[in-house]
Design a binder for this molecule. Structure first.
Ligand SMILES: NC(=O)C1=CN([C@@H]2O[C@H](COP(=O)(O)OP(=O)(O)OC[C@H]3O[C@@H](n4cnc5c(N)ncnc54)[C@H](OP(=O)(O)O)[C@@H]3O)[C@@H](O)[C@H]2O)C=CC1
Ligand SMILES: CC(=O)N[C@@H](CCC(=O)OP(=O)(O)O)C(=O)O
Length: 344
């Protein structure tokens, strides 16, 4: 299958290139840019020298539909709302990594993202796919909305308890932390070395744009309360740790809660539930598509602590996008994604 990538010069795009380069069923066909037409990709990314010889092309939906079988959009949020409908109308299959089509309620999108929503017609056509939590097959879908990085880690951490209706309404608090590549390659004052090094910062307090995405999915599990969700920037390149607190209902023991998680993810190749009392670190999933989960139940307080880690560029973005593309084309879910984490 011929793959086109829009935003190949960004971090998500670079990670897509790394995966697709050795994918058994996909091949890199065309790379598209809004600012570097005619340049070779290795002029932007020297690490790709001699590996991926490809010249960046201008974005032209009609030609893209002819030249590719699937297009990944690794562009800033706000860009896909215009671009995706043009590509879809031209006949492309689109996997969108941005936030533009995840939130089904346009008022919610505009409130949290502070920008105009995409057209409702296309939002309704977009299939939001966090593969481990999908109720039905996405094979044959034309338009996939790939989940956000924090929602992926958080929802995989909460889902088994929430779906089992064992989380007390109003009790969920999420304390999440991300490496700096989560902000992409765009330069900003907050992301320069002297601001980040030996520093820990909370940001977007009570206003993070991923809150409605998480709550939208929790509603599908019949958990209807708002959540408290905070995000922190950590001086590391990759990784997200989402630490989730919630009050457990149903008088289960720690072992029973752990078993619930083991059973829930038993046939899910990318989710690894750790043994009781063992908690994952971000480095243990670096550069892989795994989400690792650790669980503890405090009988004194009745609260469960769940720790969920991912690589934001992999399971949080490009890895999950390829996992979704595999499912759309009916390939093995793990095709091209079987590599182990890079450690140390
Ligand atoms: N980084 C992460 O961990 C995650 C990112 N995402 C989402 O994935 C998307 C890509 O993120 P990321 O790779 O980090 O971002 P980057 O800022 O690293 O890259 C974005 C790329 O988009 C291209 N671009 C910019 N403006 C336009 C435009 N008007 N039209 C077309 N292309 C444009 C640029 O390439 P060029 O100038 O060559 O066109 C740029 O390289 C974002 O929507 C982000 O929210 C989702 C989950 C996690
Ligand atoms: C570290 C960091 O800045 N992370 C970004 C993740 C943004 C992202 O992935 O945006 P969408 O999924 O909403 O498009 C943030 O917290 O906004």
């Amino acid at each position: 299958m011929r793959v086109g990538i829009v935003g190949a010069t960004g971090y998500g795009g670079a990670e897509l290139l790394r995966i697709i380069h050795s994918h058994p069923h996909f091949e890199i066909s065309s790379l598209y840019t809004s600012s570097q037409q005619g340049k070779d990709i290795h002029k932007h990314y020297a690490h790709l020298t001699g590996i991926i010889p490809s010249t960046l092309e201008e974005i032209n939906p009609i030609k893209m539909a002819q030249d590719t079988d699937v297009v990944f959009l690794a562009v800033p949020t706000g860009v896909a709302s215009q671009l995706a409908p043009e590509l879809l109308s031209a006949g492309c299959i689109v996997i969108d990594l941005t936030g533009d089509f995840r939130i089904k309620n346009t008022e919610d999108y505009e409130f949290w993202y502070k920008r105009k929503a995409a057209s409702k017609e296309w939002i309704d056509k977009a299939v939001y796919s966090l593969p481990e939590l999908n109720d039905s097959s996405i094979e044959g879908s034309q338009f996939i909305s790939n989940p956000g990085c924090y929602p992926t880690a958080t929802l995989l951490g909460i889902a088994p308890l929430a779906k089992a209706k064992m989380l007390k309404e109003g009790s969920v608090i999420v304390d999440a932390k991300s490496g700096v590549s989560g902000a992409g390659q765009t330069i900003s004052l907050g992301n320069i070395y002297s601001e980040l090094n030996e520093n820990l910062k909370i940001y977007k307090v009570n206003h993070h744009q991923h809150i409605p995405e998480i709550e939208q999915m929790l509603k599908q599990f019949d958990y209807n309360s708002p959540i408290t969700f905070q995000t922190h920037l950590v001086p590391m390149t990759r990784g997200i740790m989402s630490t989730i607190y919630g009050t457990a209902e149903g008088n289960l023991t720690e072992e029973e809660i752990w078993q619930l998680y083991k059973d829930f993810y038993t046939d899910k190749p990318f989710v690894r539930v750790r043994d009781i009392g063992v908690f994952p670190a971000t480095k243990e999933v670096t550069a892989s598509n795994y989400c690792d989960i650790g669980i503890s139940f405090d009988e004194r307080t009745g609260r469960v602590t769940i720790v969920s880690v991912i690589d934001n560029l992999m399971k949080g973005a490009a890895g999950q996008a390829v996992q979704n593309a595999n499912l759309v084309f009916g390939f093995e879910e793990t095709a091209g994604l079987k590599f182990s984490p890079v450690y140390p």
